[in-house]
Ligand binder design. Structure first.
Ligand code: SF4
Length: 435
């Protein structure tokens, strides 16, 4: 069975491409052409498609998508807690889930999550390769077996840090934060210990064969992404990106779908350049960015620093935003953190889609604004990105009001200004005169 890319190149519009076309209101033939060009991916493992996957498309032609990372760590692991987080992420509107587990039984965790995951599901297989053994001891066969196993489980996309080359490591000496990617750091340790090239780079063609067989989409990892704004857009980052461009082409030639991962911590003024250079070097392959976080000084609020960068990234070239939770840099997120992170990333993605002028992107904004203007509280709250929070805040504000009549869902004002000062209500009076 051919991959989505091979089918598209052969002129075939797959069921998945039709599904994405209908969902996004885009012509299916246009989707096929973008798929064939490598500008759009539909991460859909053939085995996950047989169970519960509703495919999505990722590319500039379509709405910006949002991924939520979940997963156990070596100091905190509970499958039930991760299922709860995944449910929270999906309820908040996450378009994809990545299981980054490194603690507990990784196979059981992945199997349980996948069985309840109706969206594309990604992993970083090198985590499991390393788990339970010294990084120095990993070999090609262990890596291939792990990729094969996870592909057979139905994982839809793999982060593969194949672009971290041995010759790039000296470039990191001047960095503030060095390597912040877990996969990148462990592979660098392996390379220095054995004095050999990155095994994922050396065996890249073999990895392509496995991924093509199941149609697992590559997410070419940025193991040298900057972890501080001082390290952004440095020689190491750009050197790795050039290798990712080479690998993108090699994987696509073997029929594999490819996304490319990007930074990281990047000052706002460097985001446009970062997006444009990736699109050029990787010839339009969808860009999947972590953040980018536009400042380093806001631990506890990094869902906001990344949302600011996410909107700029999606406006200038990214197609897929990896969320960041408020607990980034501080600890493993809980379900509330996951929810806050997804909502922040959804806002970032939507703001970019509106600014890009995507057809229909601003329809919901207009609908909500009309309801707001009509003081139609029910529609106003229902159309919001997070109706539960909006409804709760409005209700609490009504309950806390003192003096005079308390506002309600039927009121023509709220507690912010009060009835006499409510400009929206006054506007309704003005409109009657000027219409
Ligand atoms: S009272 Fe103020 S905040 Fe509330 S609806 Fe009227 S104008 Fe808006």
């Amino acid at each position: 069975m051919a991959t989505q890319l091979e089918n598209a190149r052969a002129g075939k519009v797959t069921e998945e491409a039709k599904f994405v076309a209908t969902k996004e209101g885009v012509d299916a033939e246009v989707i096929r052409k973008d798929l064939a060009a490598g500008h759009l991916v539909i991460p859909a493992n053939k085995l996950h498609l047989k169970t519960n996957l509703a495919p999505i498309g990722i590319g500039r032609l379509l709405t910006t998508k949002v991924n939520a990372n979940i997963g156990t760590s070596s100091v905190r692991s509970s499958i039930e807690a991760e299922i709860e987080k995944m449910k929270a992420a999906l309820a908040a509107g996450a378009d994809a889930i990545m299981d980054l587990s490194t603690g507990g039984n990784l196979d059981d965790t992945r199997t349980r999550l996948l069985s309840q995951c109706p969206v594309p599901f990604g992993t970083v297989p090198i985590y499991q390769v390393i788990e339970g053994r010294n990084v120095e001891d990993i070999d090609h066969k262990t890596i291939l077996d792990c990729f094969e196993k996870q592909a057979r489980q139905g994982v839809d996309f793999f982060t593969v840090h194949a672009g971290v080359l041995k010759e790039y490591l000296p470039l990191l000496a001047k960095r503030v934060m060095g390597i912040v990617s877990r996969g990148g750091a462990l592979l660098a340790k392996w390379m220095l210990y054995h004095n050999k090239q990155n095994p994922l780079y050396e065996m890249f063609d073999d990895l392509c064969d496995i991924m093509a067989e199941y149609d697992v989409c590559f997410s070419l990892g940025d193991g040298l992404r900057p972890g501080a704004i001082a390290d952004a857009t440095d020689e190491a980052q750009i050197a790795e990106l050039r290798t990712l461009g080479e690998l993108t082409q090699r994987a696509q030639e073997k029929g594999c779908q490819v996304m490319v991962e990007g930074p990281g911590h990047v000052p706002f003024d460097q985001i446009q350049y970062n997006m444009e250079i990736q699109q050029k070097i990787c010839r339009g392959a969808p860009f999947y960015v972590l953040g980018p976080l536009v400042t380093d000084i806001a631990p506890g609020y990094d869902h906001i620093t990344s949302a600011i960068g996410g909107t700029a990234a999606a406006f200038y070239g990214a197609s897929f935003l990896c969320y960041v939770t408020p607990r980034e840099h501080l600890g493993l997120p809980n379900a509330d953190d996951v929810r806050a992170g997804v909502i922040a990333a959804k806002i970032a993605a939507h703001a970019a889609d509106v600014a890009r002028g995507l057809k229909g992107a601003a329809d919901r904004d207009r609908k909500l604004s009309i309801a707001r203007s009509n003081l139609d509280w029910r529609t106003h709250l229902a159309e919001s990105l997070d109706p539960e929070t909006a409804e709760r805040m409005h209700r609490e504000a009504c309950e806390e009001s003192n003096g005079g009549l308390k506002p309600t869902l039927q009121s023509d004002y709220c507690s912010m200004c009060g009835r006499q000062w409510c400009s929206v209500r006054i506007n309704k009076e003005i409109r009657k005169v000027i219409k």
